[in-house]
Design a protein around this ligand. Structure first.
Ligand SMILES: Nc1ncnc2c1ncn2[C@@H]1O[C@H](COP(=O)(O)OP(=O)(O)O)[C@@H](O)[C@H]1O
Ligand SMILES: [Mg+2]
Length: 214
């Protein structure tokens, strides 16, 4: 299965979520390739930290920022890996466009703020365009950096639920330091000590929803 974590907006948690999904998938015994489609290559750097720590399972990672190259490499990798997780975007890049064409499932992380909700609207346009050219694309928006309280999460979810072509996935990820700290060492929050049970529960719910959705 090919899952892409995309948003034309940066800083929304794409790399953090991609890393966590890839590690959880690998922990379940699957052969996973994590693709970093971003020039900043933060996911590559995170996995380099993981490798330095000697954390297991080791995660295969590659950096393809050019859309056609990414597409070609994924076509080949599909024969070798059971699952591929692609982290792309931060802007409207060719890597993001390629991911839209080749993925089974898209996850679009967004924060519960107006600018972010508008960003999901922008993604909905891209998903719509891609859906004209291919079948079977399933796109889900997921709250990332959700507030601990207040009404903004619900308001953002409601606004996104009205969009065409994108479903709201009700497995929000809260703003949690453990997630950021773990990712900085190339670890999923499931591997992080001290254990943050709330973060583990949230990521596990997102993981289950994402991989069961296809
Ligand atoms: N759920 C979260 N809780 C706390 N910090 C987060 C969370 N998700 C991401 N971050 C932090 O926010 C910043 C941007 O996240 P990142 O995953 O790099 O976003 P993107 O890949 O969309 O640019 C990073 O510093 C990351 O550690
Ligand atoms: Mg990133």
């Amino acid at each position: 299965m090919i899952i892409s974590v995309l948003n034309t907006k940066g800083g929304v948690g794409k790399s953090t979520i991609s890393l966590n999904l890839a590690v959880l998938r690998a922990m379940s015994g699957r052969d996973v390739l994590l693709i970093d489609g971003d020039r900043q290559a933060t996911t590559m750097q995170a996995i380099a930290q993981r490798t330095m720590l000697g954390a297991l399972p080791a995660i295969s990672v590659a950096n393809y920022t050019d859309g056609p190259l990414l597409r070609g490499q994924v076509q080949q990798a599909k024969n070798k890996y059971e699952d591929i997780v692609i982290d792309a975007g931060g802007r409207d890049s060719t890597a993001l466009r390629a991911a839209l064409m080749i993925s089974d499932v898209l996850l679009i992380p967004f924060q519960p703020r107006s600018f972010d909700v508008w960003g999901v609207g922008d993604m909905a346009e891209l998903v719509k365009e891609a859906s004209c050219m291919r079948d079977g694309l399933r796109a889900f928006a997921v709250l990332s950096g959700a507030d601990p309280r207040g009404s903004d999460n619900a308001a953002a979810a409601e606004a996104v639920a009205e969009l065409e072509c994108i479903q709201y996935l009700d497995t929000p990820i809260g703003r949690r330091k453990s997630l950021a700290d773990a990712a900085g060492s190339g670890l999923s929050v499931v591997e992080w000590k001290p254990r943050d049970l709330k973060a583990v529960t949230e990521i596990t719910s997102l993981y289950n929803a994402a991989f069961e959705s296809s």
